[in-house]
Structure formats: structure tokens, C-alpha cells
Design a protein around this ligand. Structure first.
Ligand code: OAD
Length: 248
């Protein structure tokens, strides 16, 4: 695959010092993680209100825990793809770089990205609803499993109707307001507040680049839209960056 990059895109890459990369489920699709919407999306097969709400957890903790353990089993077997690795490499060429993700699959960290702003939590982590302690190991002696304090443990992901972690939200907003180049990759752009970040960035004058296999709700804000798979397009963009920028 080859891409003829436009002059405006190359200029934006050359001039950029403060970059935000914002990712959604599409970035992990080539690793074998299901997206949420679209034909084979998880929310086509399952009802979010039965699996991904606090009410569902209270009503049927066994079902909720089984579903998350099933997703964990899938995620534990898969590996990052070239898109994840390209983002790790990209970070080395810009003075300031923020990676914001809606994904809970931990694949960015596994690929080598650090300081990831996780908007929707992390499926590998658990949180006590009583004392807030985070941990990665669960003993299923009872359902829901319990923290040492006796409180119920839940997966540390954001469920429908819940607020995002404040620190992650503030960092993502701040990075979006002050960046000069914003990549929005593999998200349908329908879930707030993540969908508002490229709009915030464009209002502040940032150059917005979208990578997706189809047009989305956010295509209208993009200065450049790359139509295709992130695992194929991102490595080509990073190859281009290497020819025009020095490592920081
Ligand atoms: P969606 O499933 O809504 O959207 C996935 C997007 O990825 C779509 O626009 C696809 O066209 C695109 N896509 C698929 N494969 C791709 C590929 N190989 N390369 C590039 N793009 C590709 O997923 P999100 O937008 O991430 O929330 O969904 C946002 C949130 O909704 C999720 O974080 C989740 C869900 O409810 C929580 O769990 C809180």
C-alpha cells in the first residue's frame, strides 16, 4: 500500500510540536477485538443495559462478571497490531505527545506507549466499589468477588450513565485545547465526551486528521481523512514523519 500525502498534511506534520492521538475500538480491530457498532459490533449482539451499567451489576452480578471474564479471556490472547506500534514510534518525533484512548483493552500499553489517558478505564483492572482500591487479581470465591475490605469488586471500566475519571477527562481536554495536530483514529465519534475532543482541537486551530475505514460523525471536522485500516495507514504516516522530522 502507498499513500500520496497532500502538501497540507506534510506541512502540518512538519510544523507540529504538540500532538494528540485519540483512539477508539477500530485501532484494536486488526488485533481481533470486536468493535461496538457496525455489523459485527458487540452492541449489535448484546444489550448494553444488561451488561454495562451499574444497575445490571447490582441486579445480575454473575452475568456481568461472566461477560467481562469472557472479554478478558479474548483480550489476554491477542497482541497489539502495527497501528499500536506506529503510535509508540510517532511519540518520539514530537515535543509534546498525548495518547487518549476510549479502549479498555490495554493494547497501547502492551505495545509500549506510556502515560496513556484512559477515558473508559481498563478491562484488566478491578476496583472496589467501597474503598476504591485497584487490583488485577480476582478470587472468585463469591460473586461478585470481594476486596480485602469486604466491598464488592467490579471491573474498572466506565459503564453507561457513569462519569469519566476526572483526571483523565481534564488531561484530555487540556491536551485537545492546546495541540496543533490531532489524530482521531478508529472511533465512530458518537460517544461523548471523547467525540468532542477533535472539535475542541479544530476550534483552537489544530490540524485534524481522521483515520477510519468509513466516514464518521467526525469526518466533517477533519482537515485530512485517510480511508482505510489504522494498522496499514499509521505505519506509512510514521515512515513519512521519519523522513521530515528529527527524533526528540
Ligand atoms: P465503535 O464500535 O463505535 O466504532 C469503531 C470505529 O472503528 C468505526 O467507526 C469503524 O469504522 C472503525 N474501524 C473499524 N475497523 C477499523 C480499522 N481497522 N482501522 C480504522 N478504523 C476502523 O467504537 P468506539 O468509537 O471506540 O464505551 O466506541 C466508543 C465507546 O462506545 C467505547 O469505548 C465503548 C462503547 O460503548 C464504553 O465501554 C464506556
Amino acid at each position: 500500500m502507498e499513500i500520496e500525502f497532500s502538501d497540507k498534511f506534510i506541512r502540518a506534520l512538519k510544523n507540529a510540536k504538540r500532538v494528540v492521538v485519540s483512539t477508539g475500538a477500530g485501532v484494536s480491530a486488526e488485533s481481533g477485538v470486536s468493535t461496538f457498532r457496525g455489523e459485527d459490533g458487540l452492541w449489535k449482539k448484546f444489550k448494553p443495559e444488561e451488561l454495562a451499567t451499574y444497575e445490571a451489576f447490582e441486579k445480575n452480578p454473575k452475568l456481568v462478571w461472566e461477560w467481562y471474564q469472557h472479554r478478558r479471556d479474548i483480550i489476554n490472547k491477542i497482541k497489539p497490531n502495527p497501528g499500536h506500534y506506529a503510535i509508540v514510534e510517532m511519540a518520539r518525533y514530537f515535543k509534546r505527545f498525548h495518547l487518549v484512548t476510549q479502549n479498555v483493552d490495554d493494547l497501547h500499553r502492551e505495545a509500549g506507549s506510556n502515560d496513556i489517558i484512559e477515558l473508559h478505564g481498563n478491562i484488566k483492572r478491578n476496583r472496589c466499589i467501597n474503598c476504591g482500591t485497584l487490583n488485577y487479581e480476582v478470587e472468585f470465591e463469591q460473586i461478585p468477588p470481594r476486596c480485602v475490605c469486604g466491598g464488592k469488586l467490579r471491573p474498572d471500566v466506565i459503564w453507561f450513565g457513569e462519569l469519566l475519571p476526572l483526571e483523565a477527562l481534564e488531561r484530555a481536554e487540556d491536551a485537545s485545547k492546546t495541540c496543533d495536530l490531532f489524530f482521531v483514529i478508529g472511533t465512530s465519534g458518537v460517544v461523548q465526551p471523547a467525540a468532542s475532543f477533535p472539535i475542541i482541537a479544530t476550534r483552537q486551530g489544530a490540524f485534524v486528521v481522521e483515520i477510519n475505514i468509513e466516514p464518521t460523525e467526525l469526518t466533517f471536522v477533519a482537515n485530512e481523512h485517510f480511508h482505510g485500516k489504522s494498522g496499514e495507514i499509521l505505519p506509512l504516516i510514521v515512515d513519512k514523519i521519519k523522513t521530515i522530522k528529527e527524533k526528540i
